[in-house]
Write a protein that binds this ligand. Structure first.
Ligand SMILES: Cc1cc2nc3c(=O)[nH]c(=O)nc-3n(C[C@H](O)[C@H](O)[C@H](O)COP(=O)(O)OP(=O)(O)OC[C@H]3O[C@@H](n4cnc5c(N)ncnc54)[C@H](O)[C@@H]3O)c2cc1C
Length: 237
C-alpha cells in the first residue's frame, strides 16, 4: 500500500451522487463525487449533514466503503432504519445526480495502515469499513493474508455479495440459503479460530452487542487487546 498520510479532515463540501446501487432490500451503496476529495485511510468515515427547509439539521457518520485509490469519489453504503431520521432519506429521496453535504475523512484509530496478517469481523452493515480494507488490499497487496468473518441474517442481507471470495467466511444467523453447507448461527470461537492467524491485527465492526461478543472471542483466541480495533455503529442491530 502506498502510504497515505493522515491529515486534518476536509471542510464541509457538496458532493454529487453519481451512482446508486441496491445491495440488499435494506441497503444501498452510493458513489459520491467530491470537489475537495482527499485520499482516506481504509476504515475512516465521513459525516453527512441534512438540512431541512426550516434550517433543522441532522448529522450522521458513514464509513467509506471504497479504496482510496478510487480518486475523486467515495462510496458510502447505507442501511435503511425504518424509524431513522437520516438513513431513509438516502433510500427514499436521494437520486443519481443529487447533491449531498458531507465532511471527512475522520478517525485515526479504526484504520488499516498495511499491518499483516489481518482478521476482519463484521456484523450486518458493520462490513462496510471492512470492505474498504479488503478492497484496498486486493488492489495493492493481494497476497497479504487477510480474512473476513461476516455475520448476516439471511442470504438477501449479504452486502457486496459479488465481491465475497474464498477470503470471506460467512455465517447466517437466521435463514441460510438453500443447500448451504457452511456456518450458521452467531459467530463463535470455532469460526474465529478458523479465520485467525498468529500475530493478526483484528478489525471488528457492527452493533454494540456484536462488537462486544466478537472482541471477547478474539481475546479468547489469543489476540491481544492492543491488536483489536473496534467500531460501533449503533445501539442495537
Ligand atoms: C463511525 C460510524 C460509522 C458508521 N458507518 C455506517 C455505515 O457505513 N453504514 C450505515 O448504514 N450506518 C453507519 N453508521 C450508523 C449511522 O451513523 C447512523 O447511526 C444510522 O444510519 C442510523 O441513523 P438514522 O438517522 O437513520 O437513525 P436514527 O434516527 O439515529 O435512529 C433511529 C432509531 O434506530 C436506532 N439506531 C440508531 N443507529 C442504529 C444502528 N446502527 N442499528 C440499529 N439501530 C440503530 C436509534 O436508537 C433509534 O431508535 C455509522 C456510525 C458510526 C458512529
Amino acid at each position: 500500500m502506498s502510504p497515505v498520510e493522515l491529515r486534518a479532515p476536509g471542510r464541509w463540501q457538496i458532493g454529487t451522487v453519481t451512482e446508486i446501487r441496491r445491495e440488499t432490500p435494506h441497503v444501498k451503496s452510493l458513489r459520491i463525487e467530491l470537489p475537495m476529495w482527499m485520499p482516506h485511510l481504509p476504515g475512516q468515515h465521513y459525516d453527512v449533514r441534512l438540512t431541512a427547509p426550516d434550517g433543522y439539521r441532522a448529522q450522521r457518520s458513514y464509513s467509506v466503503a471504497s479504496s482510496p485509490l478510487d480518486e475523486g469519489e467515495i462510496e458510502l453504503t447505507i442501511d435503511r432504519l425504518d424509524e431513522g431520521e437520516v438513513s431513509p432519506y438516502f433510500h427514499d429521496v436521494v437520486e443519481e445526480g443529487d447533491q449531498v453535504e458531507l465532511r471527512g475523512p475522520f478517525a485515526s484509530y479504526f484504520v488499516w495502515r498495511g499491518e499483516e496478517p489481518v482478521v476482519l469481523v463484521g456484523g450486518g452493515s458493520g462490513v462496510v469499513p471492512l470492505m474498504a480494507i479488503l478492497r484496498h488490499r486486493r488492489l495493492t497487496m493481494p497476497v497479504l493474508p487477510m480474512r473476513l468473518v461476516y455475520s448476516v441474517r439471511s442470504n438477501e442481507d449479504v452486502i457486496y455479495a459479488d465481491e465475497l471470495r474464498d477470503d470471506a467466511l460467512l455465517t447466517f444467523t437466521r435463514e441460510p440459503p438453500d443447500g448451504w453447507t457452511g456456518r450458521t448461527g452467531r459467530i463463535d470461537g470455532s469460526l474465529i479460530a478458523a479465520a485467525s492467524m498468529p500475530g493478526a491485527t483484528a478489525f471488528v465492526c457492527g452493533s454494540n452487542g456484536f462488537v462486544e461478543a466478537a472482541s471477547r472471542l478474539l481475546l479468547d483466541a489469543g489476540i491481544g487487546p492492543q491488536r483489536i480495533r473496534t467500531e460501533r455503529f449503533g445501539p442495537t442491530g
